[in-house]
Design a protein around this ligand. Structure first.
Ligand SMILES: NC(=O)c1ccc[n+]([C@@H]2O[C@H](COP(=O)([O-])OP(=O)(O)OC[C@H]3O[C@@H](n4cnc5c(N)ncnc54)[C@H](O)[C@@H]3O)[C@@H](O)[C@H]2O)c1
Length: 354
């Protein structure tokens, strides 16, 4: 088994990629970051080997491999992730997430990189009656964003079947929290996912809207599998150490806690942790919302030796800690210490849980 000493993280200046980079570094694996900063933050790459640029840029990827011959695996987190934006502009989303990923994998093959971990999403599953899913559950993505993730998985599997590359797609459930050492967290001041809206309600002193109270769950509110981003990061480190153990050239693993938490339960947990408790107000379902799902965790335990260590209380606490220091950490930040490829900055957009 090859021990990874250096890993290329595409999208490593984003929320999840940046946190994975910290976990790699803590585990003695050097992260090299390539990120266009379309939504990522320069501060998250500070002090790291950082190349500003696009995953589809062949000469840039060649240069990274030429300058870091000991990279032996790639973690591909680079994507656009805002579901409503993907509905409004599917061309942009298919180009960014699918077309660029295809270019990227061709660049990896040309550079002899035969190991890739891909950030996929639980959003590709069809909802089931009992609200649980596993890796064999039917795939039925409900948005252009989710379809780009399913398309990438299928594309990578076809490629891995005939080319010298092994691909592990990790299907994340609902990431919450921040790096416990507060190096990374959500870039946005006002995240639009459920926990972000609770934090916002607490800050503004307004009620939190429970949107949808007639779902087939134990209390009628939507259910999700909230997984701490530091646990997600740890799963990537575990995966890097077990690349040759996958059953086939393309493998998928769900990353969730195995526990479903309803919106009302999340709010109760929030109010146990937060200084300023938030009142709930019931509201109608929003278009496109679903009852939700949580995962069975057997495969992650068997193939990665991984299971989530943090509960939602810690995820909420770390999210609140991050929200309190976010402006300070992201106030312009220190310049990265390594050479960068110049690129015209693009307008940042609003990520949300996806
Ligand atoms: N956040 C979630 O709720 C969630 C859930 C499931 C899956 N995912 C997946 O995890 C991955 C990371 O998500 P995140 O929450 O950290 O989002 P993010 O927006 O914080 O990170 C994405 C990063 O990729 C970079 N990027 C985008 N396109 C690029 C390109 N063409 N070339 C170079 N860099 C590029 C962005 O600048 C950003 O730093 C994504 O692939 C996403 O689909 C996220």
């Amino acid at each position: 088994m090859v021990r990874t000493v250096k890993v290329l993280i595409a999208g490593g200046a984003g929320y999840i990629g940046g946190t994975v980079a910290s976990a790699c570094q803590d585990a003695g694996i050097t992260p090299v970051i390539v990120d266009s900063l379309v939504t990522g933050r320069r501060e998250f790459a500070a002090g790291r080997e950082f190349y500003r640029g696009d995953i589809a840029d062949g000469p840039l990827i060649d240069r990274i491999f030429a300058e870091h011959r000991d990279i032996d695996a790639v973690i591909h987190c680079a994507a656009l992730i805002v579901v409503p934006d993907s509905v409004a502009d599917p061309v942009r989303y298919y180009r960014a997430n699918v077309a660029k990923s295809l270019e990227f994998v061709a660049h990896l093959l040309r550079n002899g990189c035969g190991r890739m971990i891909f950030s996929s999403s639980a959003a590709i599953y069809r909802a089931s009656q009992d609200l649980t899913v596993d890796e064999d559950s039917p795939i039925d993505p409900q948005s252009p964003y989710a379809r780009t993730k399913a398309a990438c998985e299928a594309m990578f599997a076809d490629i891995a079947a005939v080319e010298p590359i092994r691909v592990l797609s990790l299907r994340y459930f609902n990431p919450i929290g921040a790096d416990p050492k507060m190096r990374t967290g959500l870039q946005l001041r006002r995240p639009t996912h459920c926990l972000g809206k609770m934090i916002q309600a607490a800050e503004d002193g307004v009620p939190f809207l429970v949107t949808g109270t007639d779902y087939p769950t134990r209390d009628g509110s939507g259910i999700r599998d909230y997984v701490h981003v530091w646990d997600l990061a740890a799963a990537h480190v575990a995966a890097l150490g077990r690349f040759d153990a996958w059953p086939g050239p393309a493998t998928v693993i769900n990353l969730g806690t195995g526990t479903g938490t309803t919106v009302r339960e999340l709010l109760d947990a929030f109010n146990r942790v937060a200084d300023r408790p938030v009142q709930a107000r019931d509201a109608a379902r929003r278009p496109g919302d679903v009852a939700g799902a949580y995962t069975r965790t057997d495969r992650a335990r068997r193939l990665l030796g991984w299971q989530a260590q943090h509960d939602i209380t810690e995820g909420i606490r770390h999210s609140l800690q991050w929200a309190a220091i976010r402006d300070e950490v992201l106030s312009g930040g220190a310049a990265p210490q390594t050479p960068q490829t110049p690129q015209t900055p693009r307008t940042p957009q609003t990520p949300q849980a996806s």
